[in-house]
Design a protein around this ligand. Sequence first.
Ligand SMILES: Cc1cc2nc3c(=O)[nH]c(=O)nc-3n(C[C@H](O)[C@H](O)[C@H](O)COP(=O)(O)OP(=O)(O)OC[C@H]3O[C@@H](n4cnc5c(N)ncnc54)[C@H](O)[C@@H]3O)c2cc1C
Length: 402
Amino acid sequence: MHMDFSPQELAFREEVRAFLAESLPEHVREGARNTPSVFVEPDIGDEWQRILFEKGWLAYHWPTDAGGTGWDPVQRYIFEKECALADAPALSVLGLKLVAPVIYTFGTPEQKARFLPRILDGSEKWCQGYSEPGAGSDLASLKTRARLEGDSYRINGSKIWTTHAHFADWMFCLARTNPDVKPQEGITFLLVPMRQTGITIRPIITLAGDHEVNQVFMDDAQTHAQYRIGAEGQGWSIAKFLLENERGGSCAAPRLLADIVRLRTAADGQPSSTNGAYGHLPSVEARLVALELEAQALETTELRILAELKAGRRPGPQTSLVKLVSSSLRQKIDELAVDIFGPLGLQLPPERPLYGNSAPEPVGSREAQLATPTYLNSRAWTIFGGTNEVQKTIIAKTVLGL
Ligand SMILES: Cc1cc2nc3c(=O)[nH]c(=O)nc-3n(C[C@H](O)[C@H](O)[C@H](O)COP(=O)(O)OP(=O)(O)OC[C@H]3O[C@@H](n4cnc5c(N)ncnc54)[C@H](O)[C@@H]3O)c2cc1C
């Protein structure tokens, strides 16, 4: 396989680098560096989203007629890689990368005109209403019920682990419209306005202390029938289309590789009590090299998938492979960071109490402070978007044909 970039692609890379150097504000980079979670919150992300929107580079993966750049998959990869190297914030994927492709692929012209411009200009934010208490891996067993009454759906049920529901204006929601057919056949894909009396959002505070996820209760919540995507009962195939994008649509390796480089630099600069800097300890060095090799192998797989996409083929269940490898790798990087810096991050000034009104002053480097929150937060990588066990089953059945 030929892996070098063409002269045109190298020129494009220079253009992206120049734009990032000039347009990515330092305080936004700083906010991204200090974020332990998967994507940044609006106070950091909105500014970067606006800058990208004004440049016309926000929806770089959308087709041109929907407002995208028309970049091919390799250009998209170069862009993501350069953004990762420059510490650009990872923007929420919920609107831009998850529901937008559903809308421009399955939506009516009216739905495209209603929703896509507001996703682009950031005036409407989204959350994903798939999982329920009792329906996660076994998503088809979901119980949220939607009934068509006149020209509106009345919705009752509860969604859980709903990321950024507290920021969202809309939820893309799977609901059961027909309980009398096979579970997969009775599901419908609805767009539901979040700011209405029938919706209550209850925060779930994670082990890392973050408020990212929520439980959402729908008690006679309503949405107009014009906000149904596709036909009644088509929700399952639309849901799977979206999950394919969620699992493998983005380029994971560039950010992982950039994080390994950062970890190495920080370890090199942090003296160990035994033998010079942490980065020079053979056990640390060996783990860094192993991670780097795994991330490079993942990058090769992702580039292979891009070649498929460039040739007009959908990667399908191969995306499960990327999800499986990239999420495990994410966790291994964060584990190594905790092994190196975790105890330093827990150091407290002796005169300050651990608990009480006066919060302890941070001690140690940024890496030390962030290692443990990031590690705790990244436990979720092997769960959301479908657990690793579920990805293995998909790979066994549909990729390996077992
Ligand atoms: C941080 C975070 C953010 C999330 N954000 C969202 C969101 O925005 N929107 C949304 O809809 N959902 C979201 N989720 C939910 C996520 O998709 C589910 O947690 C996930 O699908 C697993 O479902 P579950 O939690 O019900 O676990 P379960 O399905 O009950 O699984 C429990 C355990 O059993 C294993 N297991 C289950 N079935 C099988 C099987 N058939 N074979 C082998 N092992 C199996 C699983 O691998 C897991 O280890 C989020 C989750 C997290 C942690």
